[in-house]
Write a protein that binds this ligand. Structure first.
Ligand SMILES: N[C@@H](CCC(=O)N[C@@H](CS)C(=O)NCC(=O)O)C(=O)O
Length: 213
């Protein structure tokens, strides 16, 4: 059975949880607590598996893989009975670009290690750290909201759940956790509502994970 090393609050692991649930792939989840013991992502055993000190990592037999989007593509290649990309080449490219906007341009700026570096190494105050977080999310979500004006249906791209939704929903969870004012983003909010009515998304919610505390 596949093993997913993740953490309930990790938005990158959350993306993969949704994909595993949508595809009904049996798996075991192993918690790597990002705060306890100084961060279990830094433990000797875990960095053997993932030298980046980041979750998630998927282990499938002898094969182990990091990077949530690579993991989701691996799952897609194994089983596309519930496809996470549209078939049309241009639509598929647009969906990828949207997912990359979130996963490569927005998410890394608010990752735990970046926020910890701001506080511990650069001695920024909590208010400055919050300002940093809000700045990048608000700028990123403003662009996402504009893009959605032409692509959205019930979900980011029409009425098919795609990898774009798998990246957006965890980022919204994260933004809400850091008290970003979401009123300026009505389309993002409606997609969040629609996705969170679906069982694969509900089961992947951080608070529904065994390691939630
Ligand atoms: N690009 C990576 C990002 C992975 C990542 O940033 N994971 C975060 C949690 S969402 C993490 O493990 N952070 C630990 C830390 O910052 O120390 C992916 O998509 O898998």
């Amino acid at each position: 059975m596949m093993k997913l090393f993740g953490y309930w609050r990790s938005s990158a692991a959350y993306r993969v949880r949704i994909a595993l649930n949508l595809k009904h792939i049996e798996h075991e989840q192993i918690s790597v607590h990002l705060v306890k013991d100084g961060g279990q992502q830094h433990s000797k055993d875990y960095i053997e598996l993932n030298p980046n000190h980041l979750v998630p990592t998927l282990v499938d037999g002898e094969f182990s893989l990091n990077q949530s989007l690579a993991i989701i593509d691996y799952l897609e290649d194994l089983d596309n009975s519930v496809a996470l990309y549209p078939q049309n080449i241009k639509d598929k490219a647009l969906v990828k670009a949207f997912a990359y906007d979130l996963a490569m341009d927005i998410h890394p700026l608010n990752n735990l290690r970046v926020l910890q570096y701001l506080s511990k190494q650069l001695n920024v105050t909590d208010d400055q750290k919050t300002a940093w977080y809000h700045h990048w999310i608000e700028q990123g979500f403003t662009a996402i909201e504009k893009r959605l004006a032409s692509s959205a249906g019930k979900y980011c791209f029409g009425n098919q759940v795609t990898i774009a939704d798998l990246c957006l929903i965890p980022q919204i969870y994260n933004a809400q956790r850091f008290s970003v004012n979401m009123r300026a983003f009505p389309v993002i909010n409606s997609i969040n509502e629609n996705c969170n009515k679906l069982h694969p998304f509900i089961d992947a919610l951080p608070e529904n994970q065994d390691d939630a505390n």
